[in-house]
Design a protein around this ligand. Structure first.
Ligand SMILES: C[S@@+](CC[C@H](N)C(=O)[O-])C[C@H]1O[C@@H](n2cnc3c(N)ncnc32)[C@H](O)[C@@H]1O
Length: 151
């Protein structure tokens, strides 16, 4: 019965939602067209995704402090490739964050949980003149420095 209800609600939503052209708020229209549905390939995407590929192959290990909700406080040895696989934002979300930051024109940005810093680099490329603070609790992860040059 619950499933039937959910399907009914979804169909109602699809019928009512229409397309971006049915949206009357210029802000929401812009957000939908230029951020959410934007398929453009920005120049920084290539080098940043190459960096992700390198991290996914990086066999070095580090001692990682576990900051999860059920943290035991113990350190565990992890490969950088494993951290890259499990912790980094997926490409589609990192690129959505890039477009959101670009759209927002924020002057000050705070990121909680840097991990390997790939999303930080996406943010930095979207907001070259902004002040960005990113915080990472695990000292070994924070010590890793990603460097990339994009002109
Ligand atoms: C899912 S990862 C972040 C991914 C990264 N923002 C990205 O998009 O690629 C979460 C990170 O937050 C850090 N973290 C989690 N809880 C924390 C806390 N309470 N204080 C500081 N850092 C924390 C973890 O060590 C981990 O590196």
């Amino acid at each position: 019965m619950d499933k039937l209800f959910a399907v009914g609600n979804y169909l109602k939503y699809r019928i009512k939602s229409g397309t971006a052209h049915d949206v009357h708020s210029p802000f929401v229209f812009d957000l939908l067209n230029n951020v959410i549905h934007d398929q453009a390939q920005f120049y920084c995407y290539g080098p940043l995704e190459s960096l992700r590929s390198k991290l996914l192959l990086d066999q070095r290990t580090i001692q990682v402090s576990d900051f999860g909700a059920v943290s035991t406080g113990k350190k565990v040895t992890k490969k950088i490739s494993t951290i890259a696989k499990n912790s980094l934002q997926e490409k589609k979300y990192a690129q959505l964050i890039f477009r959101l930051v670009n759209f927002s024109n924020a002057k000050n940005i705070l990121e909680l949980g840097t991990s390997l810093g790939l999303t930080t680099l996406y943010i930095a490329n979207a907001a070259k003149k902004s002040r960005i603070i990113t915080m990472e609790g695990c000292p070994e992860i924070a010590k890793l420095q990603l460097r990339i040059s994009i002109k």
